[in-house]
Design a protein around this ligand. Structure first.
Ligand SMILES: O=CN(O)CCNC(=O)c1cccc(Cl)c1Cl
Ligand code: NI
Length: 187
């Protein structure tokens, strides 16, 4: 199983590479890795398992974060309601591609964090408010999803990892809470 020791931290060169497209049909190795990435997210959001295995909670994980420079991410985004079983989005995305996006931008009021960054980096991270993403799932099926709000922010954070981009690259250096006109803040 994946634990924190498998997650590379800022300064590791792999985090700054553009990850390679995954060949189709998916190999058993890639499929197994995808399931392991999802298992990490599920474990990291379970208070008992997170404590037992000393996991930091995450709603997304990109393969480059475990030193696999391939275009695959896992996202496991729970609904807002307490203890609700439904998830806004829970899937492993192979070769995810943003095929269209809103002109409008949004950012999370709380800013963002990253398992590969062992420090708080405060500030707004402006991203597309809405995105349409195509990808292949672990069954090899082509998927197309339209995302907004928190899920759109998370998927963009993960796709950034596939392009060697860290969330703080997008924070305004002079004033981290500087926002361009019309950027929507998501609470
Ligand atoms: O790349 C994935 N991680 O580093 C996992 C840890 N970060 C988060 O779960 C997280 C937290 C807040 C906002 C966003 Cl957008 C994300 Cl993604
Ligand atoms: Ni991250």
């Amino acid at each position: 199983m994946i634990t924190m020791k498998d997650i590379i931290r800022e300064g590791h060169p792999t985090l700054r590479l553009v990850a390679k497209e995954v060949e189709l049909p998916l190999s058993k190795e890639v499929i197994d890795l995808g399931h392991e990435m999802m298992e990490f997210l599920v474990n990291s959001q379970d208070p008992e398992l997170a404590e037992k295995y000393e996991l930091r909670a995450g709603v997304g994980l990109a393969a480059p974060q475990i030193d696999q420079s391939i275009r695959m991410v896992a996202v496991h985004i729970p609904g807002i309601e307490e203890d609700s079983e439904d998830y806004i989005l829970s899937d492993v995305m192979v070769n995810p591609k943003i095929v269209s996006h809103s002109v409008q931008s949004s950012c999370l009021a709380e800013g963002e964090g990253c398992l590969s960054v062992d420090r708080d980096v405060p500030g707004y991270v402006p991203r597309h408010s809405r995105i349409t993403v195509t990808y292949h799932d672990l069954n090899g099926e082509k998927q197309k999803v339209r995302l907004k709000n928190y899920a759109a922010m998370v998927v963009q954070h993960e796709i950034d990892h596939l392009n060697g981009v860290m969330f703080y690259d997008r924070i305004n250096e002079e004033n981290p809470y500087q926002l361009d006109e019309g950027v929507n803040i998501i609470s």
